[in-house]
Each structure stands twice: as C-alpha cells, then as structure tokens.
Design a binder for this molecule. Structure first.
Ligand code: URA
Length: 411
C-alpha cells in the first residue's frame, strides 16, 4: 500500500478499507509513517469525514495499536466517564476519586490539552511528583489497592492515540467526529469497562457547536461501545460558559479539590454528581455524603500518593505554581451577565500559555483565570469579573482584554 495514494483518496472524498486503515495506523505507530503524512491524513478526514464503517475500523485499529487491560475474574464493576472536552471541565478530577469510594474500579485513561480545551493529564501533572505514565501491570495493582488509576496512553495502551492526539492538538484537526470517536472509544475500550458514561458537550467552547452535532457524536460513540458490549450512557451538556470558576491547569485542580472537600462551584459539583450517578452503584445521596464528609478527598490523597505525587502540596498548589502577575479583571459594563463566552475564555487561556502550539511543548501550570463571574450574576461597571494569572504584565493585559470580549451583559 502506498501512503500518499491513500491520503489522496481520502482527500478526494473516497473511502478507506479496514485493511488500509489498519495499515496506516500500524505504520504511524511503528514510526514508519511520519507526522507530516498523518497530519495531512487527519486534515483530509477533517474535511471529508468517514463513514460509520471507516470510523469503526479507525477505532479498532487504534485500540489494537496496543493492549487491552485484563481484569481478574471476580473484579468489581469497572466503570469510567469521558468528556468530549470543554473549557474549565475538571469533572474527571472529582469524579474518579469519588467513584472509587464505591465498590468499583475506575481505570481512567485520559488525554492532554486538546485544541482550546484543557486536558486531565496536564492538570494532574501540576501536582508535584504526580506521574501519569503508568504501565498496565502497575495500573492493575493500583486498582486492586485503591480502586482508581488516572493515566495517559502509553507505549502499550493506545499508543496510536497518544501520537495522533498530540498531532491533532496543534494541526487544527480536533473537531472531527470520526477522529473524536476513535480517540475516545479506543481509550475506553482498552480499559475493558462494564459501564461508561460519556459527557458530550455542545456550544461555543465545545468541539461540537450544535446540539444536533453533539447528538450525532454521542450516538456514534454509543454504537461503538454497544458493539463491544460496554454499557454506554450519554449525557449532553452545554459548554457556552466555562464550567466552574477557574480555567488553567493548576487553578482547575485547586477548584476540583474544593468540590472534593464539599465546597466549590455548584455547577461543577452537580455535573459531577449527575455523571457519577449514571455508573455508580451508590445513590446520589451517598455520593453527596462522600463529597461532604472527606471520604472522596481522602481517596484523592491515596491516588496522588500511589502515583508519586506529594499529598502535602495538594492544599497549597497555588503557592507551588505562582504566576508572576496575578490581577483582577474589572467589568466595563453593568447589568445581568448574559454570556461569558467559553470559546473566548479558552482561547485567552491558551494564549497565556496553558496549552501548546507545538507537539510536546511544555505548558505553564500557573497561568489561567479564576474567580470567573457566571451567567446570571448581576454586576456593575468596575466589579471584578475574573482574575488573571499570567507570566508577564503584557500577557496579563492581553489576557484581560481578551476575556472581556467574551462578556456580554443585559443593560
Ligand atoms: N477527548 C479525547 O480523548 N479525544 C478527543 O478527540 C476529544 C476529547
């Protein structure tokens, strides 16, 4: 098979057979297909799409690029959640330890920042010492010990997604249904789950801008899950304003910890509980109690300790990663907030250095926004509507200007 010919066929709207898709993914994972060819193929898929059969072939080829987790006979119910990505979406950081308070196993494989959205792995790495590089053997030992592991794709679990995900992040090829389905479902199928809940986002800060696009993505993922005997549930959430009040890696971990301590923003708490209730054996009241009585917070400590993180730093992350400039952002207008545009806030956060513009680039854990005002708040001109954490005065100035463009009030 000739790689440029296959790229050309997809570019021109033709389809790829199962063998061809498998060949391309094997060549890419085996370092025989360079990044520039895979980037061109991703862009061709972005523009031309893929049929349901091609999408299934891509998902299975990516799954087969590595191994699946094998859980022992008699293991507890194995569950997970995955979001299609949003701004300020740190639910995984709350939900994974919360679910592990129950008699469940949560083998969560996540990703890094993608496009305008942040990534669970980057957020976790803002905890000093925390390692997201976990072998299959260690993951299983950790599940047996504490019921939860939070890890990235590795050279033996979904290596194709590890490489393709990093390329998509910096080549404007993220918002493509087949690429999202294959990326998410290959990771989730590798976990050998019993039950999966998918959090499909739509709106300005999501990859799917409309509810209809989100529904199509949700159904496509559900079809792949069901075909592999994973009970797959789908919840849809609007992503027109950031979730919670913080956007940025360390700042989001701080906010997730607040929720794990029974505090924090109610939208984040409620969404986490909604998602957890879909896969948990415990009822919602019990899940709430675990957030409020310190059980879920203690589980986070266990998780961090198992993965090499310094638990003492969890309550002082803001002093571990201090941005050189932290300042209030004041509103120019008065009235009830109608919109605090998630896409605008996400792009402003990327520009501060919270995401990447080249694959493999380091990110700045300290930067972002917190104390974000919420839609429905009534403000007066001059009120603080957010705080910016930036690497320099000029970046803070730019960041403040950028996010105010996303604020709209009813005067
Ligand atoms: N999350 C993923 O893991 N992959 C995507 O493509 C989008 C969200």
């Amino acid at each position: 098979m000739h790689i440029p010919t296959l790229i050309e066929r997809k570019r021109d709207g033709g389809s790829l057979s199962e063998d061809e898709v498998r060949f391309l993914i094997a060549e890419f994972t085996g370092e025989r297909m360079p990044d520039y060819q895979m980037s061109a193929l991703a862009m061709a898929i972005y523009f031309q799409g893929m049929s349901a059969d091609e999408t299934a072939s891509l998902t299975f080829a990516m799954l087969e690029s590595g191994e699946k987790m094998i859980h022992p006979e008699g293991a507890p119910r194995i569950v997970d959640k995955h979001s299609t990505g949003g701004i300020g979406d740190k639910t995984s950081l709350v939900l994974a330890p919360l679910l592990a308070c129950d008699d469940l196993w949560v083998p969560m494989i996540s990703g890094r920042g993608l496009g305008i959205t942040g990534g669970t792995l980057d957020k976790l790495e803002s905890i000093p010492g925390f390692s997201v590089s976990v072998s299959r053997e260690k993951a299983l030992r950790q599940l047996e010990k504490i019921g939860v592991v939070m890890m990235g794709q590795t050279s033996d679990i979904c290596p194709a997604d590890k490489k393709l995900y990093a390329l998509r992040d910096v080549t404007a090829t993220v918002p493509s249904q087949p690429l999202i389905v294959a990326s998410i479902m290959s990771k989730k199928l590798a976990e050998s789950l019993d039950v999966l809940v998918l959090d499909v986002k739509f709106g300005s800060g999501a990859f799917m801008k409309t509810r209809e696009e989100a529904a199509s993505l949700g159904s496509a993922m559900q079809a792949v899950g069901s075909a592999m005997s994973v009970e797959t549930k789908v919840l849809y959430h609007s992503m027109d304003e950031p979730l919670g009040r913080s956007v940025g890696n360390m700042l989001e971990v701080v906010e997730a910890i607040e929720v794990l301590e029974g505090r924090g923003p109610s939208d984040l708490r409620e969404m986490t509980l909604d998602l957890a209730a879909e896969v948990s054996l415990a009822d919602r009241d019990q899940l709430e109690r675990w957030l409020d009585d310190g059980t879920a917070r203690a589980k986070l400590d266990e998780l961090v300790e198992c993965q090499g993180g310094r638990t003492d730093d969890l309550s002082r992350l803001e002093s571990v990663h201090v941005a050189p400039v932290i300042r209030d952002i004041n509103a120019h207008e008065s009235g009830k907030i109608l919109k605090f545009d998630a896409d605008t806030v996400g792009r402003a956060s990327l520009a501060l250095g919270a995401g990447r513009s080249r694959a493999g680039e380091p990110i700045d854990f300290s930067v972002g926004f917190d104390r974000l005002a919420k839609v429905g708040d009534v403000i007066a001109a001059g009120d603080v509507v957010a705080r910016v954490h930036a690497a320099s005065e000029s970046a803070a100035e730019e960041g403040s200007k950028n996010i105010l463009e996303g604020l709209q009030c009813e005067s």
